[in-house]
Design a protein around this ligand. Structure first.
Ligand code: ME8
Length: 526
């Protein structure tokens, strides 16, 4: 079995419902996975949930539920949202699954046997909220700790530590020699800066079960559970390990491997994550993998954070953007389009309802929707939906857009790919205005010219459907259907001029993005 392209997302804490940030990350990963499949590669897309640890335990307790039941209930909702976003994930990992827990324990046992861990007494500060130990260095100039750490307590306890310190120079060297290991560049520089200016503390990989029991017991001392980040990061490899993956060192394969179908995906091609969890992925994770003797992922791709109206989204402020509400009102493709078009992978972004509505109306309803609807409606009206002759007038422009889109998708430049695709939408809408088919239709001497124009428009619509497949799968399928084409627009190789044959008859045009009243709801209600 040859190795598939493998993309993962962060696995989300199940301490609430998915918000815009979670949905954004998953949509980006889905676009990348779909693009690779469209290029004819096999791709494996993994997402899932991080269910152990203090945050989840506390959230469950706050609702008076035991954590297992709490997670089971929420996992259903998260998977429904994944389906609603039209994610094409090939697996969905939950860190409470037996396959994951057992492989994590195998990893821990092997590393313990090899002397990678040691036990030591810790005395100092601990943030329960962030589940992390703090030192004097973490104090602010006024002596307090950042409020993000919540309540900070003094603690004295024995724990197991993973030796990181001795890997520091190796990791710096690795990141310097592999410039694309962390992207974008400024995130790579951030990691290198951190590694060069700090001595790496060894990582505490346990929590006493007496204090926190919602976790995976350490196989060599069940008075402890595994630190949630050691547990969570492992998901990227426990899933392949539980599915007989040849890229995973055999000693980590799950003993019950026969119960899952085989895959060949490791090492991961892309771990897509948000900027806040960079250190875990670019420092701890490579060192864990090196200790396991497993090949490192090719890239950690880091996206920025969304704000709402210029403010951090938070449950307490009540300004969290709910992707489900947006999708229910505007459709899944409107959501997918806005998040990818508005925010490049890297910088931070800002959601405003006005910005969303404006893109919906300008780019989707009046741009793409109008182009497809008027092109196909005119073909229906003037030629009973039948293409009479082939023409290549817009071929050069379409071909340029196809080539550029492919190269941008290969570089994960999704926002620029959409901008490029929209240059074809705009060009084709101008072409309608310039050629004025509604006037040509009134002049019998222009019949040939009208046939040409209608062909160019229909063919541009077909090509747009193929280019848009990774981004707007629903819309792209609808365009294909309206063009009377069978099959899915899911193969990039179909993006070449001349796919529609003379004599082909299209289906029924229907608006793709209904125009919406843009007056805010509060005002209409009065
Ligand atoms: O960190 N904008 O889980 P999580 C964009 N379980 N992205 C955002 C965001 C925002 N406003 N808020 C969160 C965890 N994210 C761990 C991950 S992986 C082995 C374990 C992103 O639910 C965040 O950056 O807090 C992260 O990539 C993902 O959502 C999950 O965050």
């Amino acid at each position: 079995m040859s190795k598939s392209f493998y993309i993962t997302t962060a696995i989300d804490y199940v301490n609430g419902r998915p918000h815009l940030g979670h949905a954004y990350e998953k949509v980006i990963a889905d676009v990348i996975a779909r693009a690779h499949r469209s290029f004819g590669e096999s791709a494996f897309f993994l997402t899932g949930l991080d269910e152990h640890g203090q945050k989840v335990q506390q959230a469950a307790l706050a609702e008076g539920k035991n954590p297992a039941l709490y997670c089971d209930e929420l996992a259903v909702i998260w998977q429904e949202v994944a389906a609603k976003l039209q994610l094409t994930n090939d697996d969905f990992v939950r860190t409470t699954q037996r396959r994951h827990k057992e492989v994590v324990q195998t990893i821990l046992s092997k590393l313990y046997d090899e002397g990678q861990f040691y036990k030591a007494l810790y005395e100092g500060f601990y943030s329960t909220k962030e589940e992390t130990f703090l030192t004097e260095k973490d104090r602010r100039p006024d002596g307090t700790f950042d409020p993000m750490y919540g309540e900070v307590v003094r603690l004295q306890e024995e724990n197991y530590y993973f030796k990181l310190r001795e890997q520091q120079s190796w990791l710096i060297d690795y990141i310097e020699k592999n410039p694309s290991f962390v992207a974008p560049d400024y995130r790579r520089n951030e990691v290198l800066g951190f590694l060069k200016n700090n001595v790496l503390e060894d990582l505490c990989i346990s929590r006493p079960a007496a204090r926190l029991n919602w976790g995976i017991p350490l196989p060599f001392n069940t008075d402890y559970v595994t630190y949630v980040w050691f547990d969570a990061l492992s998901n990227y490899i426990t899933v392949p390990a539980s599915r007989n993956d040849a890229g995973v060192p055999p000693q980590f394969h799950w003993h019950d491997v026969s119960s899952e179908s085989s895959i060949s995906v490791w090492p991961a091609d892309i771990h897509l994550i948000g900027k806040d969890i960079l250190k875990f992925h670019a420092v701890y994770w490579p060192i864990m993998l090196k200790a396991m003797g497993a090949p490192l992922p090719k890239q950690i791709l880091v996206h920025g954070w969304w704000q709402k109206d210029g403010q951090r989204m938070s449950k307490s402020t009540g300004n969290v953007v709910d992707p489900v509400a947006i999708i229910d009102e505007w459709g899944v493709d409107a959501f997918r389009f806005y998040v990818v078009r508005e925010l490049d992978i890297g910088p931070d972004g800002n959601w405003t309802d006005a910005g969303f509505r404006s893109r919906y109306s300008a780019e989707l309803a009046n741009g793409l929707g109008n182009l497809v609807n008027r092109s196909l409606s005119m073909l229906k009206r003037y030629r009973e939906g039948k293409l009479r002759k082939i023409s290549t007038e817009l071929d050069p422009e379409a071909t340029r857009v196809i080539t550029e889109t492919r190269s941008l998708l290969e570089k994960n430049e999704l926002q620029r790919a959409l901008i490029t695709i929209w240059s074809l939408v705009t060009r084709a809408n101008q072409y309608v205005d310039q050629t004025a088919p509604f006037k040509l239709a009134k002049e019998p001497a222009q019949a040939d010219r009208l046939d040409e124009v209608l062909y160019n428009l229909a063919e541009v619509c077909r090509i747009l459907a193929v280019l848009l497949w990774p981004f707007l799968p629903d819309t792209s399928s609808k365009i294909f259907q309206q063009l009377g084409l069978s099959g899915a627009p899911d193969k990039f190789q179909a993006a070449h001029w001349g796919g529609l044959a003379a004599g082909h008859t299209i289906g029924t045009p229907t608006p793709l993005f209904p125009r919406k009243e843009t007056v805010p709801k509060e005002q209409t209600a009065q």
